[in-house]
Design a binder for this molecule. Structure first.
Ligand code: ZN
Length: 240
């Protein structure tokens, strides 16, 4: 396990703390969920942990060679994000060989409107852009699934994600909005998640052994015990 700092304690946050610190949750502590779960040892980590750093090119060479198509049925990033990705903070995606599932690790989230999901995504995006000392170039995940089973495009796939410390290379990140220590993935989410993962497995020729959860790659509670249990089951069933 290459990295142990901060993960386990930052994903779940007690509800009492959450309500009291709601404001903070929208900033630094927010993605104590997935992305900032490395707090505490960040100074010891090399820059490339999150796929950015001094070696990141800052010229036009960083630009992707071709636009990334939004998969069929996926809501484009333009429908929710209130800002563009910052290429100088990101690396180009390498060939996709792995999928990692997360939860956002904030409060439970059961709202079913697209507006509420868009707001939640934008909150996450902003928190990722504000990370210190290494702000992300965009929301760290590539796709999100909301409580109605909608799939949302997040960071365009031509950019490497920022969702698993040191293991973002070729790793497609999917987040379920909500906290799956506190809620269970509903049937709409289950169906949507399995269908979307299956489509990406076929598209990138990824086997079930390379469909992982965050806690299977690092010391973290993400994606919450209920989503973890669902993924374990799904890999034995529909994703096998
Ligand atoms: Zn995670």
């Amino acid at each position: 396990m290459p990295y142990t700092g901060g993960f386990a304690s930052t994903h779940p946050m007690p509800e009492s703390d959450r309500s009291r610190r709601l404001f903070l949750l929208s900033s630094a502590a927010l993605l104590g969920g997935c992305a900032s779960s490395k707090s505490g040892s960040v100074v010891a980590l090399p820059d490339l942990v999150w796929g950015t750093g001094p070696t990141s090119p800052r010229t036009e060479t960083v630009r992707p060679a071709r636009p990334d198509p939004v998969p069929s049925g996926v809501i484009p990033r333009s429908q929710w994000a209130k800002g563009d990705p910052i290429p100088s903070r990101m690396n180009r995606m390498r060939p996709i060989r792995r999928i990692t599932v997360h939860h956002d690790g904030m409060s439970a989230f059961t709202q079913t409107s697209s507006r509420d999901a868009a707001i939640r995504l934008e909150t996450i995006r902003r928190s990722h852009l504000r990370r210190s000392p290494q702000p992300f170039g965009d929301i760290g995940y590539h796709f999100a699934v909301d409580p109605s089973g909608r799939v949302w495009q997040c960071r365009p796939l031509q950019w490497q994600g920022a969702h698993v410390a040191r293991q973002n290379d070729g790793n497609l990140g999917i987040v379920l909005l909500g906290n799956y220590d506190k809620q269970r993935p509903n049937s709409a989410q289950q169906s949507a998640l399995v269908a979307f993962i299956d489509s990406q497995m076929k598209r990138y020729r990824i086997g079930a052994s390379q469909v992982l959860t965050h806690q299977e790659m690092a010391a973290t509670a993400c994606p919450g015990r209920n989503l973890q249990a669902f993924m374990t089951s799904a890999r034995r069933g529909p994703l096998a």
